[in-house]
Design a protein around this ligand. Structure first.
Ligand SMILES: NC(=O)c1ccc[n+]([C@@H]2O[C@H](COP(=O)([O-])OP(=O)(O)OC[C@H]3O[C@@H](n4cnc5c(N)ncnc54)[C@H](OP(=O)(O)O)[C@@H]3O)[C@@H](O)[C@H]2O)c1
Length: 291
């Protein structure tokens, strides 16, 4: 099976690249914006003609949640036009498109995990673009697997885990929001899930699944655990969302129900603290190697 991974220098794409040697049944083409700009429909068509593939995993995205409020044109182009271009090309060439979406398509005012059937209502422009991206894929008629995930972190890129470790070393105290609840997701776990379920996806149309690591946490709980597992001596104090205003509003409860993906593909999903521990051990090993 030939797989094109777009946006492969990001967190998720980098983790798929790391896992690729363990999936010897697949051959991969890794691209980022320099090799394939997904917002250019002509470039997407030409690329797929020159490089025929069976599956596209779209890891390309505009992911700056707050900046999206002002950088609307570029956020829309990457998160809506991009997936639409990939989906239209995939529909014509009978390629399976795997696309990643977000918990931020939900308003998050309920206190039970959101299922794939729950009504969507994004609170900010980033969430809206991700929702429009999903709709563009559905409308294209492509075979597509859309996976909504949440609170993604990895050993690569800029993310909450790396930022908390940095600030924890620099500052005596971290003041972190404790009234927003979600599920941290290690990009390695999501990457493995994607690669494992691709051959099991038998539908000829588009379907949506939710995936995050198991368990729930507030950003405060998450930061506290990052600091503890990293052995950093720094106080972590809970604050309210009102004390930390951000340009884009955030859902207060953005836990995703994983029942559908777990049952459909017989998955065992790791608990977020176990995956965080693995990520921190890996970051420490990478830092040691660099020094
Ligand atoms: N991060 C989270 O907490 C989170 C939560 C829920 C869902 N998600 C979703 O999960 C997916 C993966 O997220 P991630 O954190 O791995 O994203 P990421 O680290 O921001 O990576 C996105 C990659 O896409 C590239 N890119 C941007 N514009 C492009 C274009 N026009 N053509 C091709 N590539 C382009 C980026 O390059 P540049 O860096 O040069 O722009 C970057 O390498 C995204 O769909 C995201 O919306 C993320």
């Amino acid at each position: 099976m030939r797989i094109l991974v777009t946006g492969s220098n990001g967190q998720l794409g980098s983790e798929i690249r790391q896992l690729a040697p363990s999936y010897s049944d697949y051959s991969f083409i890794f691209t980022d914006v320099a090799e394939l700009d997904i917002t250019e429909s002509g470039a997407v068509k030409n690329f797929l003609t020159e490089n025929p593939v069976d599956v596209i995993i779209n890891c390309a995205a505009y992911t700056s949640v707050d900046k999206a409020e002002t950088e609307r044109t570029i956020a829309y182009r990457i998160n809506v036009d991009g997936p639409e271009n990939l989906a239209n090309a995939a529909a014509k060439k009978n390629i399976l498109l795997v696309h990643i979406s977000t918990d931020y398509v939900f308003e998050g005012t309920h206190s039970k995990p959101a299922t794939e059937l729950d009504p969507v209502k994004p609170m900010g422009f980033y969430g809206a673009t991700k929702l429009f991206g999903e709709k563009a894929i559905r409308n294209s008629g492509a075979r597509a697997l859309i996976i909504r995930t949440s609170w993604l972190y990895s050993a690569y890129g800029v993310n909450f885990v790396k930022t908390m470790r940095k600030y924890g070393l620099e500052r005596g105290e971290l003041r972190i929001v404790s009234d927003q609840i979600g599920s941290p997701t290690y990009a390695v776990d999501l990457a493995k899930t994607i690669l494992d379920i691709i051959p099991q996806y038998k539908r000829h149309d588009c379907d949506i699944f939710h995936y995050s690591d198991e368990g729930v946490a507030s950003w405060y709980d998450f930061a506290w655990e990052i600091v503890r597992l990293s052995g950093i001596e720094c106080a972590v104090s809970p604050i309210s969302t009102e004390e930390y205003p951000s340009p884009a509003p955030r859902p207060s409860y953005s836990v995703l129900s994983k029942a559908k993906i777990r049952q459909t593909f017989s998955l065992e999903i790791p608990y977020w603290r176990d995956s965080l521990k693995a990520c921190i051990a890996r970051l420490e090993a990478m830092e040691k190697q660099e020094s």
